[in-house]
Ligand binder design. Structure first.
Ligand code: CMC
Length: 399
């Protein structure tokens, strides 16, 4: 029976007063907040700029492949040759979509954005995964390897289906990235395509991990409830889609296509800034003095322009880069020159953010595993900005 004074109220009345002087600090957008620990990557203000598990990104971009980097992030160390071969074999073995996912890809209306297909597709992959409900370290690793293989195939299959291109299967003689390029462009083997595959591979290495960015944090918040890995990945895909985050690379390409020729670039940017628009591909929440990854991909894009005998996009990019520095003191982020490289490869721009997903999948999964291996629920506080306490008004006295 209710006594008129509830258990909660009674408890509150007998509790010592709460110390109100210790108000938590408030940082809008969690800017500058250390929200957890991670052994995965270090955003380094020094020469390296960024390290994955201690290795400088410059070394990884120069000497590694995306498959090696994905292994490094998931398993904690660079693979020995035999381990890499086994990992590649596992990826190839999972280059297949479960029946329900293939059916879903087949019924999606052709105009749907590939990121929306991926968001729903990631969730559907969870429903069909044999380890779905198992959050153990080993099961999470198995699910991660499957996702690394299935997601690129979902992107290429849905793209080919929507554009009435003939069905192609991944080839056993091609690497992970060569297959990705082949299934998106129908190209492999010639000199330009080999150069493109290497540049695409470098972009995947650079996109693979970046600490507590928005999508990774979304994945970790989700994983911290000890839900399943696919739920965390679904949240991450939805978060990456936004133009302030992963969607920026598609938006950069849209800008280049609107500008069209180098002689129009300077005026275009100045007009955009005068209209208080954000110029996509510039600025970063953490990297205020420039993004080391951008310098790497800029070199790659410049070389590829030469190989493809198509200097237009790179020239437009360098003009925008100069004007943004002059006018706003802002530096390009990774998305800016990556869009130049992807334009040169002839990849449709709606697939740029999905390519980011293919790569960041390694980082997201490694973070989910790290979170669940040492879990503490992520559940912060909010500063209240609503009305002050007020008396309840019965319904017939409300105006
Ligand atoms: N174009 C024009 N002005 C900009 C831009 C930009 N791209 N970025 C920042 N600013 C200005 C902003 O208007 C503000 O000016 P003011 O102080 O006069 O109001 C100042 O720079 C500081 O900006 P901020 O919004 O406080 O900075 P932030 O740390 O919150 O934003 C950002 C970071 C990435 C959201 C922002 O730089 C931006 O919107 N960039 C364009 C979108 C983009 O390229 N996103 C990819 C980010 S990097 C890869 C990834 O995470 O996916």
């Amino acid at each position: 029976m209710s006594s008129g004074i509830g258990n909660f109220t009674r408890r509150m009345m007998t509790m010592p007063p709460v110390e109100t002087t210790k108000t938590p600090t408030y940082n809008p957008g969690l800017e500058g907040v250390l929200a957890g620990e991670s052994a995965l990557c270090q955003v380094d203000e020094g020469e390296a700029g960024l390290r994955y598990r201690g290795y400088a990104i410059t070394d990884l971009a120069d000497k590694s492949t995306f498959e090696e980097v994905a292994y490094l992030l998931l398993f904690g160390r660079l693979p020995a040759r035999k381990e890499l071969e086994e990992f590649s074999t596992q990826l190839t073995a999972n280059w297949t979509l479960p029946g329900p996912v293939e059916s879903f890809v087949g019924v999606v209306p052709p105009k749907v954005h590939p990121m929306d297909i991926l968001r729903t597709g990631a969730s559907l992959l969870g429903m069909t995964d044999p380890d779905s409900a198992d959050n153990s370290h080993e099961a999470n690793l198995r699910k991660s390897v499957r996702l690394l293989a299935q997601v690129p195939l979902m992107i290429t299959t849905s793209y080919r289906f929507a554009n009435a291109k003939r069905h192609l299967l991944p080839r056993k003689d091609l690497t992970f990235t060569e297959n990705l390029l082949y299934l998106l462009t129908d190209r492999h083997g010639d000199r330009a395509t080999e150069a493109m595959a290497r540049v695409l591979d470098v972009s995947l290495i650079l996109y693979a991990e970046h600490e507590f960015n928005a999508s990774t944090f979304a994945a970790r918040v989700t994983a911290s409830t000890m839900t399943d890995l696919h739920s965390a990945i679904t949240a991450a895909v939805g978060t990456l889609k936004g133009p302030l985050h992963g969607g920026a690379n598609e938006a950069v390409a849209a800008m280049f296509l609107e500008i069209q020729t180098p002689d129009r670039a300077e005026e275009w940017v100045k007009n955009a800034l005068a209209a208080k628009q954000r110029v996509m591909g510039f600025g970063h929440r953490v990297l205020k003095q420039g993004d080391a990854r951008s310098a790497i991909v800029q070199r790659q894009a410049q070389e590829l322009s030469g190989i493809c005998s198509n200097p237009r996009w790179y020239e437009i990019a360098t003009i925008i880069d100069r004007v943004m520095h002059q006018e706003k003191g802002l530096y390009p982020n990774l998305d800016f020159y990556t869009a130049v490289a992807y334009l040169l490869m002839g990849i449709p721009r709606q697939l740029y953010t999905p390519l980011f997903v293919c790569s960041r999948m390694a980082g997201w999964c490694a973070h989910v595993i790290e979170q669940q291996d040492h879990n503490r629920l992520i559940s912060p506080r909010a500063r209240y900005t609503g009305p002050p306490p007020r008396a309840y008004v019965p319904i017939d006295r409300r105006t």
